[in-house]
Design a binder for this molecule. Structure first.
Ligand code: HEM
Length: 235
């Protein structure tokens, strides 16, 4: 049930939020379908290109990601899992680097720079840790890092969900004084962090529940009783 919900919401966000940005030049897109297009059409060309590259790379990751957690297909078609995994990671890295180019120009200002910027760095880094783990044959660490990484990819879904919830909460709180633009701005500032911090906490909880290698702060002077395992984790 959970997996189906993740798959369907991911496909819905790609269809309704990402695809509209690829339907023409940024300055001419319908603001109802591609709300940030007009703002980005005023930024330097490199940032406009980064937005389009980001949307394509991140959309690929969001479409492919859920299938990689389908255990039966992983067991039956390991070759397909490897190819989709490479495609997913290219999407994450291309989408992540492009997001870092866009971050200084984001429409939420300093909080957006910090929130989206940190998300971008963690997205690229957790993808790299997952890749390195599987290249060294450490399947359990690979699983743990991929759970963390996809929880960040899924920020595309939770960002839009939280925005809706927070705007709706303000309709209720403000009554007749409700101002949509102000409510949206409030909500958008909050989701620069709310979109991904809880996801990462849930991912860490899932990693622990499955008994996969967890994040630990190790005192290098203390002998580690699990030295062999820890070495594999650090790789
Ligand atoms: C997880 C790492 C991600 C980071 C760091 C990131 C970063 C950003 C940033 C900085 C913006 C511009 C926001 C603004 O100016 O207000 C943006 C917009 C956008 N991103 Fe991402 N993003 C991520 C994941 C994704 C994913 C997985 C998708 C897949 C659909 C996606 C699709 C979009 C779209 C469609 C926009 C245009 C804005 C909109 O209409 O909502 N992003 N992203």
């Amino acid at each position: 049930m959970g997996w189906v919900a993740v798959l369907l919401t991911s496909l819905a966000i790609v269809t309704y939020s990402a695809v509209p940005y690829l339907m023409g030049s940024l300055g001419q897109l319908d603001p109802d379908r591609a709300p940030l297009a007009a703002a980005y059409s005023q930024t330097p060309t490199v940032v406009q290109v980064a937005l389009v590259v980001h949307v394509v790379g991140a959309a690929v990751a969001l479409v492919v990601g859920p299938f990689q957690f389908w255990a039966a297909s992983r067991r039956r078609f390991p070759g397909l899992h490897r190819w989709l995994g490479r495609t997913y990671l290219v999407g994450v890295w291309v989408g992540g680097v492009a997001a870092l180019v866009m971050a200084p120009y984001n429409t939420a200002g300093m909080i957006g720079f910090l929130g989206f910027g940190t998300l971008g760095v963690l997205w690229v880094w957790t993808g790299w840790r997952a890749y390195r783990a599987i290249r060294t044959g450490d399947v359990r660490s690979h699983q743990a890092w991929m759970i963390r990484n996809f929880s960040l990819t899924f920020a595309a879904v939770t960002l839009r969900t939280w925005t809706g919830v927070l705007v709706a909460a303000q309709v209720y709180a403000a009554g007749d004084a409700f101002d949509f633009d102000a409510a949206f701005e409030n909500a958008y500032n909050a989701v620069t962090l709310l979109a991904w911090v809880p996801n990462l906490l849930i991912a860490e909880w899932m990693v622990r529940r499955r008994g996969l290698p967890t994040l630990r702060i190790v005192d290098p002077t203390t002998p580690d009783p699990r030295a062999g395992t820890a070495q594999a984790e650090r790789r």
